[in-house]
Design a binder for this molecule. Structure first.
Ligand code: ATP
Length: 219
């Protein structure tokens, strides 16, 4: 069986322990060889641009994962002109990894609940599996049952790790990660009013936010 690669897309504005635990727990659960964090350049579905620059978000990710050889950061979406479409990135990886390698796209339930609105969304499942972490603060997902997943996708849902690791793409698995109701929005709001953001994200990220005075922080 070819080793499986985890691809974790997001804005990471800033990265926090919710992201890091998701990556660590999914890596173990899905036996992923590596997890690559893919910060979005221009998250086209958001009404505004990111708060921190692409370069600063990449730097914070690098600080957060330093010393963890199974994690990496890929800045291709930050470097790419125009909107960041996940399908383009997955096509790149499929080309680079070959047709057999299992690719597993990692995301939280709030992101996956909107998958039907993603650019060329039906092609996504020809390119990768989706491992969806139940997000602690996603009350909507928790109350919607199977309705949380578009009906067209139900046949792809599986409880079997073999289905995922034994094929290159096309299956969906949900995963009950350690509930951590941390969000980048809350961290930015706290930084803005000079409240402590320590223990929500690794110390080097906290220090970087203060040094660069990101999110209106004045350490
Ligand atoms: P914001 O508050 O700015 O919307 P965020 O905290 O949701 O940001 P993103 O960078 O948008 O972070 O998230 C990237 C991915 O990580 C998404 O798939 C999201 O669902 C997931 N995620 C973020 N925070 C958590 C968390 N605390 N628990 C589980 N999944 C999370």
């Amino acid at each position: 069986m070819a080793p499986a690669l985890g691809l974790f897309g997001g804005t990471f504005d800033p990265v926090h322990f919710g992201h890091l635990r998701l990556a660590a727990e999914m890596r173990e659960a899905f036996r992923l060889e590596r997890v690559v964090f893919l910060p979005a350049g221009h998250p086209w579905q958001r009404e505004r641009d990111t708060y921190a620059s692409g370069a600063d978000r990449v730097k914070m990710l690098e600080l957060a994962i330093a010393g963890e050889p199974a994690f990496g950061v890929d800045d291709r979406e930050v470097r790419r002109e125009g909107p960041s479409y996940t399908v383009d990135t997955l096509e790149d990886y499929r080309r680079e990894c070959g047709p057999e390698a299992p690719l597993v796209f990692l995301c939280g339930t709030d992101a996956f609940a909107r998958v039907e609105t993603w650019h060329r969304w039906e092609s996504l499942f020809d390119l990768a599996h989706f491992a969806v972490a139940v997000r602690a603060d996603d009350h909507e997902w928790l109350s919607r049952g199977p309705g949380a997943i578009p009906k067209a996708l139900w046949p792809r849902v599986t409880m079997s790790l073999k289905d995922v690791l034994g094929s290159p793409a096309g299956r969906i698995m949900t995963f009950a990660m350690t509930p951590l109701a941390i969000s980048s929005t809350a961290i930015r709001a706290m930084a803005r009013v000079s409240a402590s953001i320590r223990y929500l994200t690794p110390d080097p990220v906290v220090d970087f936010i203060h040094q660069q005075q990101l999110y209106g922080s004045h350490a």
